[in-house]
Each structure stands twice: as C-alpha cells, then as structure tokens.
Ligand binder design. Structure first.
Ligand SMILES: *Cc1c(COP(=O)(O)O)cnc(C)c1O
Length: 358
C-alpha cells in the first residue's frame, strides 16, 4: 500500500483506520448485503450510524440538549447564505469579521440578504492576521455576529473567541474539533466536513435550538434550519455515505480525545514553524500570534524556488503543498488526521532543500 503524505487543504487526509473500516464494509455493510451507499436512509442500519454520528459530535463538542446537531447539504458555502436568510431580518444588522477570503465570502452572501456591519477588516494586511480584541466593533442589538475561526487560505487562526454581545456564529470549517473550545458560547457553529471531519458532501451545523426558533418562517422548507431540526436532518435524503465517514472519523477522534488531539496538532505545527523560524530562507506568512495549527503557510525567496520546492516535495511523496491560487507560496495543511511522521518528513525535506538552494 502506498499512501502519500497528503497536505491538501480540503478534501483532506482522513484517518487511515476510518478508511480501512469503510473498505472492509464497503460492499457488505455488517452483513446487510449492501453498501451504506445503497441503503434506505430510513432503515435501521443507516439510522444507527446517523444517530451515532450526531451523538459523537455532541459529545466531542461538549454540547447539551439545548443544541441540535445537523447534517446539511451544500457545504459551508450554503451556510454563508442560509445564515442571513434565516436570521438577518429587515431593519436588522449582522456583524461580520473579515479576516480573509472565507470571511469575505460570507459577507458577500449576507449583503445579498440584508445589512452588514464589518466589525473588523484585516483581510488586506500582510503578514496576515486576525483582528485584535479591541479592534472589533460590535453593533448593539445585532441580529448575530459572525467570525471565521481559522482562515484556511492565509493560515491565520483566531486564538481567543470574542465577546460580541449578540448570538455568535462561527465558521469553523478548517479547525472544528482540533482544539478544546467552549462551543456553548456560540449560538451556531458550522463546518464543511472535508477538512477535519470526513469527506465532502456534508456540512455540520451545531445550533442552539432557541436561536433556530427565531429563524424566518417565510423561506423555502429546505432552507429553514427549523425543518432540519424537526426532522433530525432526515427531511430529505441526507448525504448518507459522507455522514457514515464522519461517524467513523468522530469515532476515531473520541479514542484520542480533543484535548490530546490539540496537543498533537500544536506540536505538529510547531515543528514546521520552528523550521521556518530557524532559517532566513523560509518566511512565515501569518503573524506569529495568529499562526494556524491547521494550515501552515510560508514563502521561499522566489516563486521559482517555490515551484521547485513543490515539485521536489511531490517527488518525495509529499503532495498538495502548493498555496491557494489566490496567494501563492507554500501551504501545509495538517488537520487532525495528518500524521506526525509526515510533518517530520516535511521538516527534514525543508532543511535539505535549503542546503541545496539557500
Ligand atoms: C473550505 C472552507 C469553506 C468552504 O467550504 P465548502 O464546503 O467548500 O463550501 C468555508 N469556510 C472555511 C473557513 C473553509 O476553510
């Protein structure tokens, strides 16, 4: 078996254990004679997986029954639209922090629906960063406030969650369950699954039920959160196989524990940042205090060297290190399931590359 070190930002590496379990059960899931892809979403086998996935997420996030866990279609991007459609009524204002490409994508959708106040804007700052606590200006009585906890493209991560005075919503697509967090401070948290939770095709939403109840009632049924809460995410056919993989991934994470996972993640990221800081050849992109543990971004002296770096790393089995097309440079995405050995291999490669080309 030849598994590469896959530094992809998403869809990203999954726990090998989860893939192997899915493989073993692919054509005959637990003696049912069919694959999870082929089963009724109303049958007992699927039902057990669906509810275990919900229970796993709830336990890992430490949330009470005041919260609903939803599995929705349309990725994090549909959430950018559903949030204002449900919660940004006429005459109201929603606060958004713009700290990068994803925050700005969320704002663009909200502006199609209603009035947006940009509570802090640091998208254009280089080195990239998140806003400082005092920099964010919240609107009294805002419908909600929206933050992106980890900017996947720039590699900047919010380390302390702000006090906003209105229901807090977090796009955690690229760092959900990567660190201990008081999720109950949020009215809603959401994430496309394909970075830290499973394959693409499903978005996770954790939402306080009393917040959901305030949502607009004049929306199409599929676009209302309340529909999916009432139907336990089974109003229509859910992305069953993606939810199954999310179930296996959260089962794996429960064995490790979020606290422990965080330590592993931090150590992995630190290995690369230390290598960057120890050299004048590599240059970190994000400001130190906002460096992401999930997406480590850095530059080389020239774009030609970056191209060579990516090519030679790929030949050595380290794939997808190219930074996002909008920013260039190098991005090593090292989500929960990314192995420590892969980080060590990258760091060794960085040192050897610098020796050859520095
Ligand atoms: C990847 C990503 C998205 C977009 O997710 P989709 O599921 O592709 O819509 C949104 N926000 C953040 C922070 C991301 O990393």
């Amino acid at each position: 078996m030849a598994r590469v070190y896959n530094f992809s930002a998403g869809p990203a590496v999954l726990p090998l254990e989860a893939l192997q379990e899915a493989q073993a059960d692919l054509v005959d899931y637990k003696g049912s004679g069919m694959s999870v892809m082929e089963m009724s979403h109303r049958g007992k086998e699927y039902d057990a997986l669906h509810n275990e996935a919900i229970a796993n997420v709830k336990e890992l996030m430490g949330l009470s029954d005041d919260y609903a866990i939803l599995f929705l279609h349309g990725g994090a991007s549909l959430q950018f639209a559903m949030i204002p459609m449900n919660f940004l009524g006429e005459g109201q204002t929603a606060d958004y922090v713009n700290a990068g490409s994803w925050g700005s994508a969320a704002i663009k959708q909200a502006r199609l629906i209603g009035n947006v106040n940009v509570a802090a804007d640091c998208q254009k700052d280089i080195p990239t960063r998140m806003p400082e606590a005092g920099e964010m200006k919240w609107t009294p009585g805002a419908a909600y406030s929206h933050i992106t906890t980890n900017e996947t493209i720039s590699g900047a991560q919010l380390k302390v969650m702000p006090e906003t005075g209105s229901p807090l919503i977090g796009d955690m697509s690229s760092d959900i369950l990567s660190r201990p967090m008081d999720y109950s401070r949020f009215a809603m948290v959401y994430a496309g699954a394909q970075k830290n939770l499973g394959p693409s095709g499903v978005a996770l939403v954790a939402m306080r039920k009393d917040f959901a109840a305030k949502g607009s009632i004049s929306l199409p049924t599929m676009l209302r959160y309340q529909t999916h809460i009432d139907e336990n995410s089974l109003y229509n056919t859910p992305p069953c196989f993606s939810i199954y993989m999310l179930c296996l991934t959260t089962r794996w994470l429960k064995k490790i524990g979020v606290e422990n996972m965080f330590k592993i993640n931090r150590d992995k990221a630190q290995l690369i940042y230390d290598a960057v800081d120890a050299s004048s050849f590599y240059r970190g992109t994000a400001k130190k205090e906002f460096r992401s543990d999930m997406n480590v971004t850095f530059r080389l002296p020239t774009e030609e060297l970056e191209t060579l770096f990516i090519k030679q790393a790929s030949e050595a089995g380290m794939k997808q290190l190219k930074g996002h097309r909008s920013v260039g440079g190098i991005r090593a995405s090292i989500y929960n399931a990314f192995p420590v050995a892969g980080v060590q291999t990258l760091v060794d490669f960085m040192k050897a590359f610098e020796k050859r080309n520095g």
